[in-house]
Design a binder for this molecule. Structure first.
Ligand code: PMT
Length: 426
């Protein structure tokens, strides 16, 4: 098996009973063709010996922040062998730089807390802060510890920084309690890492522009016209596109969401501001996905002062906002253009009309009259309509899974464009 051929995996093992499973994790990575460098904390060595992991990884196991010098280059192992100078390399920096991915399995509450707060008091915690490589943690601990708000808060913090978390499993724990906190089987962990590294290649080198959230069109200084979009759908697409290796530009209307890690975020308020930001990025991007719920109308004359309440009622004159997606459809050159259709009836015929009028490659339809799909909720149920008339239905899924489906559908369009460009000699 060569799924991880050429990959350098840095495996951090911390002090929990599940440390015994790290031996099988190392074997799994070796079988997949990876180089494995193990770093153990002091407490990890009470559960499993460095010699076991050294033998299986065929690499010196690192345990100390300040080791004495190595007898020879061979002893240092491929992760640490000096390259162009005779000077010894600084371990935590060399380890941090050479890794393609850092996996901590099992990860105790202690290391999770240290990483969330930037505490570097041993080799493992220091090299995680020093690395540019993606970091994956697989928590394993007593179920009460795992559920503790401090541990959950630390995990949320790590996720917001782009750290991947392999959820522990529920079951019978070493402490004789039943609950969530068990390290998944080694093959589940190895497969997670294989898929993670594979996904990171899928949009590598591509630039993706995503719009999300509502727009707000002012009526007066205190009131506006808007809609119920939370931004969740667009932010999920931006997050997954980044995880798949793309450079992502997210243009967002007002939302309560934090930017996904590593994404360039531009916050806007009105449809006109969104148009301006989108047109700025458009010439350089390969893909545009317009998940934003742009207000279709704005007030013709925005009042400078708060409108006073009158007995005779109030009539507002509205005008259309610019249709950003329709404009992109007119000027598009190399870009794959994907729109959304938020409908409450005649889903497919309305979507088909928008697909053609806006010159899209495909359109994602959601029935926004459903309580469990469309606006605000965590889940969505979509249909994708293509220019050749094909329609694909998908079941109700978390918005991140929907994002994976949409981005997966974009890949063949990108491949086609690349083939066309090659034939044109570009
Ligand atoms: O944000 P969430 O709470 O997660 O909700 C997700 C969502 C329901 C907002 C999302 O899934 C969705 O359907 N987004 C598109 C909403 C919309 O504006 O649909 P539409 O059918 O009105 O517009 C069609 C397309 O034209 C959309 O891609 C829209 O971004 C674009 N458009 C519309 C009007 C306009 N003036 N400019 C545009 O670019």
């Amino acid at each position: 098996m060569t799924l991880l051929q050429g990959k350098n995996i840095l495996l951090g093992v911390t002090g929990g009973i599940a440390a015994y499973k790290s031996a099988e994790i190392v074997r799994g990575f070796k079988k997949a063709g990876a180089q494995v460098q193990v770093v153990m904390t002091r407490n990890a060595q009470r559960f499993i010996t460095p010699l076991t992991l050294e033998t299986l990884s065929q690499n010196r196991v690192m345990t100390e922040m300040f080791p004495s010098s190595y007898e020879d280059e061979e002893e240092a192992g491929p992760f640490l062998r000096s390259t162009s100078t005779n000077l010894p390399e600084i371990d935590h920096i060399a380890l941090a730089q050479r890794a393609d991915v850092v996996l901590i399995a099992p990860a105790t509450a202690n290391i999770i807390g240290k990483l969330a707060h930037g505490i570097c008091d041993d080799l493992l915690s220091t090299l995680v802060i020093a690395t540019k490589a993606p970091v994956i943690v697989a928590p394993a601990m007593n179920c009460n510890m795992y559920e503790h708000p401090v541990v959950q808060g630390n995990l949320e913090k790590l996720k917001s920084l782009g750290v991947q978390v392999i959820e522990p499993e529920a079951g019978f724990l070493a402490c004789q309690m039943e609950g969530k906190g068990r390290l998944p089987d080694p093959d589940v962990i190895v497969t997670f890492v294989v898929n993670f590294l594979h996904n990171r290649q899928r949009l590598l080198g591509k630039k993706v522009l995503v719009t999300a959230g509502p727009t707000r069109e002012a009526i007066d200084p205190v009131r506006f016209i808007s809609n119920r979009s939370s931004g969740r759908m667009g932010y999920a697409i931006a997050k997954v596109a980044r995880q798949w290796g793309a450079e992502v530009f997210l243009v967002s209307g007002p939302t309560a969401l934090a930017a996904p890690p590593g994404v360039h975020l531009t916050r806007v308020e009105t449809a006109a501001e969104m148009r301006e930001a989108v047109l700025k990025y458009f010439p350089q991007v390969d893909v545009v996905i317009k998940a934003a719920a742009v207000a279709d109308y704005r007030v013709k004359e925005v009042k400078d002062q708060k409108i006073k309440k009158k007995d005779s009622g109030l009539v507002l004159e509205l005008e259309e906002t610019p249709d950003i997606l329709e404009e992109l459809g007119r000027i598009k050159e190399k870009q794959v253009l994907v729109g959304f259709a938020a409908e409450t009836q005649n889903l497919l015929s309305y979507a088909e009309e928008k697909l053609r009028r806006k010159n899209l490659d495909f359109i994602v339809v959601n029935d926004v009259s459903r309580k469990d799909a469309g606006f605000e909720v965590e889940t969505n149920a979509i249909q994708i309509v293509y220019r050749n008339g094909k329609v694909t239905d998908y079941p109700l899924m978390p918005k991140e899974k929907v994002a994976e489906v949409i981005l997966g559908e974009i890949l063949p369009f990108l491949a086609d464009k690349e083939t066309q460009n090659r034939h044109r000699g570009e």
